[in-house]
Design a protein around this ligand. Structure first.
Ligand SMILES: Nc1ncnc2c1ncn2[C@@H]1O[C@H](COP(=O)(O)OP(=O)(O)OP(=O)(O)O)[C@@H](O)[C@H]1O
Ligand SMILES: CC(=O)C(=O)O
Ligand SMILES: [K+]
Ligand SMILES: [Mg+2]
Length: 527
C-alpha cells in the first residue's frame, strides 16, 4: 500500500497499540520549549521540567521585568548544573501587542449585550464600562462589525475570563463595542486582539531593543523569538540589531507567525529567519478556525524542506488546570509530530499552569509515540526529490548518512560539526535514531581576546528534532586528522554508552571529515 501521508505504510495491528512502550534514554526526538514564569521558576520545578524533557526555556517579556526574568534564569542555570541537562535560552519580544491595562487589578465583570468603550486614555480606571488600552490607533484600524478578543495573558480560549466584542461604532479615539459573552476579566494585564487588522506599530519596540541589548547580551541568548513578524524586513532589522551586539551576532532569529499579515509573507520570512514559530494562540484568532490546520501543514512542510526548525504552540491549553489533556489536544500533539514539527512550545501550561512538569512529560510521551509511526521513508523520498540534483556535497553526505543508518539499523548517528551545519542537514532527513552532534569548538578572536566557538551551536541544536548535542573538549585540536577524530569519537561513544543510547554490538554511523574529505562510516561496536 502506498500511503501519501506521513503515517506508517503498514496497517497497524490493533493489539500493538496496547503494548507498553519501552522507555528510552530521552523522552522524545521532538523538542519541548517551556515558558518559565510564576509556576515554573524555582530550581526544583525547573529541574523537574529539564528531567521531563524541556530543552529550551522561553522568557516572555510581554510581562515581568528584567530582574524577575533574571532571577528565573539564575535558577535555570542552577537546575542545568544539578541535572546535567543542557537547556537553551529564548527571549520572546513584546512586539506590537495590544494590551488592556488594569492598574488596580480589580476584577472586571462584563455582561453579554452591554456596551464597553476601549479608550487609549490610560489615565482612566478599568471598569465594566471603560477599558484603557496601550494603542492610540485602534479607532482608525477597526470598523463597525469587526471582532475584538480580550483575554488573560496567554488566554486559553476556553475560559470564562476572556471576552469577544463586536465593534459598534468609533467615537474619536474611542471604540464602542457590544459584549458578546458574559465574562470576568481578572489580573493586571489582558491581551487584546482585533481580527485581521493592520497594526501600525514597529515589530521591535523600544522596550524590546532595550531588553535585548541589556538582558539579552548579558545572558547570551540563543534564540530571539520575534513576536508578530509580518515581513522579511522585520527579520532583517532584528538581525542588523543583533549583529552589533557582540555575542548576539550568533543568536538565531525565530520568526513568530501570529497573524494573517505574517502568513501572507511566509515564504519571504522563512528565507530570512533561522526558524519559525507557528503562534497558533494569536493566529488561531486571526484565522477562521477551519483554516488553522491548513496553515500548519503548509508552513511545517515549507520549514522541513528548507531544513529550518518549525515550532508549534498552544497544544494542551486545558492542562493549565488539569492533569490530563483532552482527547482532541492529545491527538493534536501527535498530528503536529506527523506533520513534521521540530518542537512544541508550551505557554500558559508551564508559565502559570498547575502542572508544568507533568505537562512536559505527557507531551513528550505523545511525541515519542507519534515519532514511531512517522513515515520516514516517504518523508525522505519527498525531501530528496524536493532538493533535486545536483545536491551540494554536504547535503548528499547528510542524506546518505541517514539512509545508511536506517539500512544497518544503527542506534545513533554521530556527527562532528563546528558550525552545526552538518548536524542540521542530517536532522533535515529525519533519521529515526537520535543524532549525537559532537560540536568541536574552534578557537576564534575578535582582536581583543581569544575565545572558543561551539557553545551557541550546541545549544541551538536543542530545538531541532532528533539532535542531541555534546560539546567536545576545547583542548582537542580542531584540525581533523585520523588521530584527533579517533580520540573525539571515543569520547562521543563513551558518552553515548554512559547515557544508555549506545549498547555493545550496536552499529553506529559516523559523519566526519578526514583531512579535507567528508566521510560517512559505519562502525560495529564490540562489547
Ligand atoms: N572538527 C571536525 N573533525 C572532523 N570532522 C568534522 C569536524 N568538523 C566538521 N566535520 C565534518 O565536516 C563536514 C562538514 O560539516 P560542517 O559544515 O558542519 O563543518 P564545519 O566545519 O562546522 O563547517 P563550516 O565549513 O561551515 O565551518 C561534515 O562531514 C562534518 O561531520
Ligand atoms: C506563543 C504565542 O505567542 C502564540 O501562540 O500566539
Ligand atoms: K511575547
Ligand atoms: Mg502570540
Amino acid at each position: 500500500m502506498v500511503s501519501n501521508h506521513l503515517l506508517l505504510e503498514e496497517p497497524i495491528r490493533m493489539a500493538s497499540i496496547l503494548e507498553p512502550s519501552k522507555s528510552s534514554f530521552f523522552p522524545a526526538m521532538t523538542k519541548i520549549v517551556g515558558t518559565l514564569g510564576p509556576r515554573s521558576r524555582s530550581v526544583e520545578v525547573i529541574s523537574g521540567c529539564l528531567q521531563a524533557g524541556m530543552s529550551v526555556a522561553r522568557f516572555d517579556f510581554s510581562w515581568g521585568d528584567k530582574d524577575y526574568h533574571q532571577e528565573t534564569l539564575e535558577n535555570l542555570r542552577a537546575a542545568v548544573k544539578t541535572t546535567k541537562k543542557l537547556c537553551a535560552v529564548m527571549l520572546d519580544t513584546v512586539g506590537p501587542e495590544l494590551q488592556v491595562v488594569n492598574k488596580s487589578e480589580n476584577a472586571i465583570s462584563l455582561k453579554a449585550d452591554a456596551t464597553v468603550i476601549l479608550t487609549p486614555d490610560q489615565g482612566q480606571e478599568a471598569t465594566s464600562e471603560v477599558l484603557p488600552i496601550n494603542f492610540a490607533g485602534l479607532s482608525k484600524a477597526v470598523k463597525k462589525g469587526d471582532t475584538i478578543f480580550i483575554g488573560q495573558y496567554l488566554f486559553t480560549g476556553s475560559e470564562t475570563t476572556s471576552v469577544w466584542l463586536e465593534v459598534d461604532k468609533v467615537n474619536g479615539d474611542d471604540v464602542v463595542c457590544v459584549i458578546k459573552n458574559t465574562a470576568t476579566l481578572t489580573g493586571a494585564l489582558f491581551t487584546l486582539h482585533a481580527s485581521q487588522i493592520r497594526i501600525d506599530l514597529p515589530t521591535l519596540t523600544d522596550k524590546d531593543k532595550e531588553v535585548i541589548s541589556t538582558w539579552g547580551v548579558q545572558n547570551k541568548i540563543d534564540f530571539l523569538s520575534l513576536s508578530y513578524t509580518r515581513h522579511a524586513e522585520d527579520v532583517r532589522e532584528a538581525r542588523e540589531i543583533l549583529s552589533k551586539l557582540g555575542d548576539l551576532s550568533q543568536t538565531q532569529i525565530f520568526a513568530k507567525i501570529e497573524n494573517v499579515e505574517g502568513l501572507t509573507h511566509f515564504d519571504e520570512i522563512l528565507q530570512e529567519a533561522d526558524g519559525i514559530i507557528l503562534s497558533r494562540g494569536n493566529l488561531g484568532i486571526d484565522l477562521p478556525p477551519e483554516k488553522v490546520f491548513l496553515f500548519q501543514k503548509a508552513a511545517v512542510n515549507k520549514c522541513n524542506m528548507a531544513g529550518k526548525p518549525a515550532v508549534v504552540t498552544r497544544v494542551v491549553d486545558s492542562m493549565t488546570d488539569n492533569l490530563r489533556p483532552t482527547r482532541a489536544e492529545a491527538t493534536d500533539v501527535a498530528n503536529a509530530v506527523l506533520d513534521g514539527t521540530d518542537a512544541i512550545l508550551l505557554g500558559a501550561e508551564t508559565l502559570r499552569g498547575l502542572y508544568p512538569v507533568e505537562t512536559i512529560s505527557i507531551v513528550g510521551k505523545i511525541c515519542a509515540e507519534a515519532e514511531k509511526v512517522f513515515n520516514q521513508d516517504l518523508y525522505f523520498k519527498k525531501t530528496v526529490k524536493y532538493v533535486g540534483e545536483p545536491m551540494t556535497h554536504l547535503e548528499s553526505i547528510a542524506s546518505s548518512a541517514v539512509r545508511a543508518a536506517i539500512k544497518v539499523k544503527a542506534s545513533v548517528i554521530i556527527c562532528f560539526t563546528s558550525s552545526g551545519r552538518a548536524a542540521r542537514l542530517i536532522a533535515k532527513y529525519r533519521p529515526t535514531m537520535p543524532v549525537l552532534s559532537v560540536v568541536i569548538p574552534r578557537l576564534k578572536t575578535n582582536q581583543l581576546k581569544w575565545s572558543f566557538s561551539g557553545a551557541f551551536e550546541a545549544r541551538q541544536s536543542l530545538i531541532v528534532r532528533g539532535l542531541f548535542p555534546m560539546l567536545a573538549d576545547p583542548r582537542h585540536p580542531a584540525e581533523s586528522t585520523n588521530a584527533t577524530n579517533e580520540s573525539v569519537l571515543k569520547v562521543a561513544l563513551d558518552h553515548g554508552k554512559a547515557s544508555g543510547v549506545i549498547k555493545s554490538h550496536d552499529r553506529v554511523v559516523v559523519c566526519q571529515k578526514v583531512g579535507d574529505a567528508s566521510v560517512v562510516k559505519i562502525i560495529e561496536l564490540e562489547d
